[in-house]
Design a protein around this ligand. Structure first.
Ligand code: SAM
Length: 276
């Protein structure tokens, strides 16, 4: 696998593109473990974002019924099409943030870190069973943080509102070529059942987490403009806001359910648009 990767790199005289997060996996064990974690069989259709030079794609093709691999770099797309003859892989040339996703039930990817957040939330707009994804370690730690923990952030809350996430393994920089400047981690992401998912007002979450160590009341006061309120309007609703649920809790302690209660209160009081 490693030999094949370096053979392709020298054959095509490839210069990895940092802007596209091109750090290729060179440790076969990690690939094997991720394929195992996805629990693939012939019945599965896998989505891969960023197949690169196909090392992970090759392992996925050996186990899944079908693999869709979305790659933005047209040179890599050409190499993948020239060098491999997978009967069950469809390479889609394009930007994973823009091209329509095909139907899939699992995702396995070594993601380009630049698009970690938008692509993850794009995944979560689709129905799937499980994703096994490699992220930058610090991002992964924020994804899995629980309310009250040091890394708990807007990202943690928004992920928690829709899915279960856990870190399966940390990966050192030496597992990639070229070596990235940061460590990585494998995250297993499983969407919650639809009835448990919470659709939160992103504006409100942003306004709150702008001041994550403040109390809810003080965070809203400091970021009232983000809710579309002028200073005067905020003064007018100040009395109402003193009754807001979780008023004196710190923002970084709020669960998605807590934010949902705050959102409902603000909606019912006409302070923000009611959630449909
Ligand atoms: N899967 C390969 C591996 O593990 O060796 C490559 C992973 S590399 C971290 C990320 C890959 O994503 C690169 O091939 C890069 O060209 C591709 N990529 C970057 N941005 C992309 C985007 N917006 N849409 C699709 N692919 C993208």
């Amino acid at each position: 696998m490693r030999e094949r990767l370096f053979y392709l790199i020298s054959k095509y005289n490839l210069k990895p593109n940092r802007n596209l997060g091109q750090n290729f996996l060179i440790v076969p064990d990690i690939i094997e473990r991720n394929v195992e974690r996805a629990g693939l069989s012939e019945k599965d259709t896998v989505l891969e974002v960023g197949p690169g030079l196909g090392v992970l794609t090759d392992a996925l093709a050996g186990r899944a019924g079908k693999v869709y691999a979305i790659e933005k770099d047209s040179l890599l797309v050409k190499i993948l099409r020239n060098e491999y003859d997978w009967p069950n892989v469809e390479i889609i040339e394009g930007d994973a943030l823009k091209v329509p996703f095909p139907e899939f039930n699992k995702i396995v990817s070594n993601l380009p870190y630049q698009i970690s957040s938008p692509v993850t939330f794009r995944f979560l707009k689709h129905e799937f069973e499980r994703a096994v994804l490699i992220y930058q370690l610090e991002f992964a730690q924020r994804m899995v943080a629980k309310p009250g923990e040091k890394n708990y952030s807007r990202l943690s809350l928004m992920i928690r509102a829709k899915a279960h996430a856990e870190i399966a393994e940390r990966i050192g920089r030496g597992a990639f070529w070229p070596k990235p400047e940061v460590d990585s981690a494998v995250v297993i992401l499983e969407p919650k059942p639809p009835e448990e998912r919470i659709e939160l007002d992103e504006n409100l979450v942003r306004a709150l987490f702008q001041h994550r160590r403040s109390t809810v009341l003080s965070a809203l006061k400091k970021s009232h403009h983000m809710l579309g309120l002028t200073k005067e309007e905020f003064k007018r609703v100040k009395g109402i806001l003193s009754r807001i649920p979780h008023a004196n809790e710190r923002v970084f302690q709020l669960s998605p359910e807590d934010v949902w209660e705050i959102e409902e209160f603000l909606g019912e009081e006409g302070i923000i648009p009611l959630t449909p």
